[in-house]
Design a protein around this ligand. Structure first.
Ligand code: GUN
Length: 335
């Protein structure tokens, strides 16, 4: 938000400069005049549409150049088992984003009752297909199938979800790898909006293999958007509120709508909401609304920056996946 401070309010802003700094507000005298100050009031909405569009645009340019040089496009194969409504939506969005970026995509739809053996065979076939660069199997899977076996069957060089133990091991050791799409998307978002992280205390709520755990590793790593001191909280953390109140950055990834409330957040914190729970709502067209893990309206009053839901991290997850697919392609083509 751009605010113009009128001359009569000038004194007030000067007297309260410390407060604005405290809230991480950025401001400067654009006109070099003592009479009129303009500053950016950083209750910054970390808009996933903007950050994801920037990532997609650069990938689109790269892909167009490949086509112009007579090279094939990056190719993502997505496997969807059954008819879970949320999974259907996510996979459809992944395929659509591939198209928009100029990538090739294949959607493999399999019956809810497929055996584990048949699913593993499908993955092996895609592993061996030289035209496929990236493979993802949308989770969760029906209970007759071991997710761990599925993850371990995907060729690590095509594992664009970054879930294979080989890729997780590389992430932990700070080696080049496929970063799981949601934490990758969050890192891209922090980079896009130039959010300072070095030396900050990041509190990650949730320890899932998909988000919380890799997020905690990335934020503590020696990366441009890393170098945080990280606390990882979970269902057995007794003093969660106390820890959250110490967080310069909070990543909420526990899947409980509205869990993080204003009383758990310190002034000027950066809030990353990973929640995407479908909550029944008869007034909504689809009969549900997507709710984040953060009570947005109240937390936004205290935050320096916050991701909306929808329109925040969800869009960045796709950006992360597309980046990984391009990386898989480049590794196959260039070795
Ligand atoms: N289910 C929820 N998030 C993800 C994800 O990032 N990848 C896959 N494959 N399934 C998911």
């Amino acid at each position: 938000m751009l605010i113009r401070v009128l001359p009569e309010d000038h004194g007030y802003f000067l007297r309260n400069i410390k407060l604005f700094h405290h809230k991480n507000l950025l401001f400067w005298d654009l006109k070099g005049s003592a009479a009129v100050f303009e500053y950016f009031c950083a209750m910054l909405v970390l808009d996933g549409k903007i950050a994801a569009a920037a990532v997609k645009e650069s990938l689109k340019t790269k892909t167009a150049a490949l086509g112009a040089n007579g090279k094939r496009k990056p190719h993502l194969a997505a496997i969807l088992v059954g008819n879970n409504g949320a999974s259907e939506t996510y996979v459809a969005s992944k395929v659509k984003n591939c198209e928009e970026t100029g990538f090739a995509s294949t959607l493999v739809r399999l019956d809810e009752n497929i055996s584990e053996t048949d699913l593993l065979q499908t993955i092996t076939r895609l592993n061996e297909d030289p035209s496929v660069d990236g493979i993802l199997v949308q989770l969760p899977l029906p209970k007759q199938i071991s997710e761990q076996k599925v993850i371990e069957t995907i060729d690590p060089t095509k594992d664009v979800d970054g879930f294979h133990p080989v890729n997780v091991g590389k992430l932990v050791q700070g080696l080049s790898t496929f970063i799981p799409a949601t934490p990758y998307g969050i890192m891209l978002m922090l980079e896009h909006f130039a959010i300072p992280t070095k030396g900050k205390h990041a509190v990650v709520i949730g320890r899932s293999n998909i988000v919380g755990r890799p997020m905690s590793i990335l934020l503590s790593s020696n990366l441009k958007q890393g170098n945080c001191t990280v606390t990882i909280c979970h269902s057995h953390t007794p003093n969660l509120k106390e820890l959250c109140l110490q967080g310069d950055i909070i990543v909420a990834a526990l899947g409980r709508p509205g869990f993080v409330t204003a009383d758990m957040v310190k002034e000027g914190a950066v809030i990353i909401d990973v929640g995407i729970t479908r909550v029944e709502d008869s007034t909504a067209k689809k009969g549900f609304r997507i709710k984040g893990d953060v009570a947005y309206d109240e937390v936004a009053q205290k935050a320096a920056a916050i991701t909306p839901v929808p329109g925040g991290v969800g869009l960045m997850t796709i950006a992360g996946l597309l980046k990984n697919t391009m990386q898989a392609y480049e590794q196959r083509v260039n070795g």
